[in-house]
Design a protein. Structure first.
Length: 179
């Protein structure tokens, strides 16, 4: 009888751990993503990358993990890795504006103004004028020598009450003008 009770207890423990592991896994991608964000805020990029990688290992369709990996690689100036992760994110969710905003920013940093504009336009199409996309589009216009269009984006930012972004863009416009 004692062996039977021990066997039942072990079975219950094993089944409880099986079900709790399954329930844990549902939240694991989000958990690892949040952990990665925390590390990134501390500028501990190696640990942030490891956490984001765990998030997408747990859930290969967890698009935020790919985007956050791309953001880290963009900060580290590894643009090709960032683009690769953003392209994977785009396969999963082609209508997510963060993908196009980040692609626009990467191509702008690489002085590929046509691609920067293309992705900024796509982000605007999806969002209908978020401040970040307007800034990126204005900066892409400026770098492409289209100062008037950059100033028009600056004016949009002012109308939206985005003084900080507007000031950053105007600083770029004025710096570019004085060269």
């Amino acid at each position: 009888m004692k062996n039977l009770l021990v066997g039942i207890a072990v079975s219950l423990l094993l089944s409880a751990s099986f079900f709790s592991a399954g329930a844990q896994e549902e939240h694991s991608a989000l958990y690892y993503n949040m952990e990665g964000i925390s590390y990134a805020k501390q500028k501990d990029y190696d640990r942030a990358i490891a956490s984001f990688m765990r998030a997408i290992q747990v859930d290969p369709n967890y698009v935020r993990g790919y985007i956050n990996l791309a953001i880290i690689y963009k900060k580290e100036q590894d643009f090709q890795a960032a683009i690769n992760y953003l392209e994977k994110a785009r396969e999963i969710d082609p209508d997510l504006v963060d993908i196009y905003t980040n692609l626009s920013d990467i191509y702008r940093q690489q002085d590929n103004f046509e691609k920067a504009k293309e992705y900024a336009d796509k982000a605007i199409e999806l969002t209908r004028d978020t401040p970040e996309t307007i800034y990126n589009l204005g900066y892409a216009y400026l770098l492409n020598g289209e100062r008037e269009l950059a100033v028009a984006q600056h004016q949009k930012l002012i109308k939206m009450g985005e003084e900080e972004l507007a000031a950053r863009l105007m600083e770029k416009i004025q710096t570019r003008k004085s060269k």
